[in-house]
Ligand binder design. Structure first.
Ligand SMILES: *Cc1c(COP(=O)(O)O)cnc(C)c1O
Ligand SMILES: [Zn+2]
Length: 425
């Protein structure tokens, strides 16, 4: 069961033992390509159903349950796992009603061990680091990638190194990186510059880069689609809606959906809708311009996880849009925070960036592109506790430029039963 690194833009291939992120010949992004020809017929819904509820590694992980599709050749002993994945798929009529749909399915990737889907990519990325014999791993991050890297590096006994912006990092994420013992570098540069810096420094020092430019990250993230489709009993929804920042997930979803289609697990491809924040919308602009003259933007949004102006995986995301007849939407910070408040209010909750899935769905329904009766699968990418300042700021009406339309105002009372009773009546 062989896997190779395949350039997406030219015929060049590289062995998976090489530490390489982009094509030496043309600069293109690389894919991990597995040869399914020998095992294709053994990949059936039954194989994955059988593994549900097993206690033993690696199939107790919601990533490695699909090992044949994720990284068939890797030795089980090398797998660094926190039983990631296994996240819930919620059917939510109240959120459906908010978005103008009969119903909506939301897959909550905030239920991963460190609170975001990044764990699914980190288990495969750190496993590959171990297979390569690397001792140090690094990433640039708006927060969640670093939280996840810090955790998995610690589990694997490696040094984790994280490049962070020196401002506007959500507190929950920063706390995780420090707590899990990573070497945390705060740099006075935005995410996009940190992304350049980490690659240059890593090359000099022989450190393994675990941003989503690393194709092994995307192999793990594909499993969001595998697991969601298993939960939907392999009935493809009409739409899949997700936030887009560095576009790793968008890229992974396209690859995973296509592979499921190729091995016969699903019989049609859903359409993908990538949703960006208005203040960090380079893909949206490029899409609207018919993919002419790409220009990075200076990113600014309350949804810090997608505050990215020059997405690394741009070309793979465009490929996904072609494969899935996909489209790109943008939403304002106001729309993001209102959708988040609604998702939070049903008792599920998410961080701001995740709410793009619902805010974007609502906008696409209003525009008549998604129809009321369509089946929509939205992905909630991060946990509600990641960014407490945004949540509290919204409900306290303390975020400049955002009105809390779905406010849950804090009540205050003196130590006085009559006053409390009056307040609660
Ligand atoms: C990383 C992240 C995103 C953006 O995903 P990309 O793959 O970079 O497009 C969105 N939401 C959350 C919570 C994230 O952590
Ligand atoms: Zn190439």
């Amino acid at each position: 069961m062989s896997s190779i690194l395949q350039c997406m833009d030219c015929p060049q291939q590289y062995p998976i033992q090489r530490v390489i992120y982009t094509c030496e010949a043309c600069g293109g992004l690389l894919d991990v390509k597995h040869d399914f020809s020998a095992i294709g017929k053994t990949i059936t819904p039954g194989l994955f159903d059988e593994r549900l509820g097993t206690f033993g590694a690696p199939y107790n992980s919601g990533v490695w349950r699909y090992k044949e599709l994720v990284y068939p050749g890797v030795d089980d002993q090398l797998v660094v796992s926190r039983m990631e994945g296994n996240t819930n798929l919620y059917e939510l009529p109240r959120i459906g009603a908010y978005a103008g749909l009969d119903t909506i399915f939301l897959k909550h990737e905030g239920e991963n061990p460190t609170g975001s889907f990044k764990d699914r990519g980190m288990t495969t990325g750190v496993t590959q680091a171990k297979a390569l014999g690397m001792e140090r791993v690094a990433c640039a991050s708006t927060g969640n990638t670093s939280a996840s890297l810090a955790s998995y590096a610690a589990r694997a006994n490696m040094q984790g190194i994280i490049f962070l912006q020196d401002q506007k990092i959500a507190l929950g994420k920063l706390a995780q990186g420090i707590a899990f013992g990573a070497t945390c570098l705060q740099i006075n540069a935005d995410f996009d510059r940190n992304m350049e810096l980490v690659q240059l420094v890593a090359e000099r020092l022989g450190i393994y880069v675990l941003n989503s430019v690393n194709p092994f990250r995307l192999e793990g993230q594909k499993s969001i689609m595998f697991e969601a489709l298993q939960q939907l009993r392999w009935q493809a929804p009409d739409w899949i809606v997700l936030p887009g920042g560095n576009l790793g997930n968008s890229s992974a979803f396209g690859k995973g959906l296509l592979e499921m289609f190729e091995v016969g697990l699903i019989d049609r491809l859903p359409r993908l809708a990538i949703v960006q924040a208005e203040g960090a919308n380079p893909l949206y602009r490029y899409f609207r311009a018919g993919f002419k003259n790409f220009a990075p933007v200076k990113a600014d949004t309350i949804a810090t996880a997608i505050k990215i102006g020059n997405p690394v995986n741009l070309q793979k995301a465009i490929r996904t849009l072609e494969w899935t007849r996909g489209l790109v939407e943008e939403v304002s910070d106001q729309q993001i925070m209102d959708a988040k408040a609604v998702i939070d209010s049903v008792g599920i909750g998410c961080e701001p960036a995740s709410a793009c899935s619902v805010a974007g769905t609502k906008k696409l329904v209003e525009r008549g592109i998604i129809k009321r009766g369509d089946t929509v699968l939205g992905v909630l990418t991060g946990h509600v506790l990641k960014d407490p300042e945004a949540t509290i700021g919204y409900h306290a009406d303390q975020i400049e430029g955002i009105a809390p339309s779905y406010r849950n105002q804090m009540l205050r009372a003196k130590d006085d039963i009559d006053e409390i009773v009056r307040l609660l009546n």
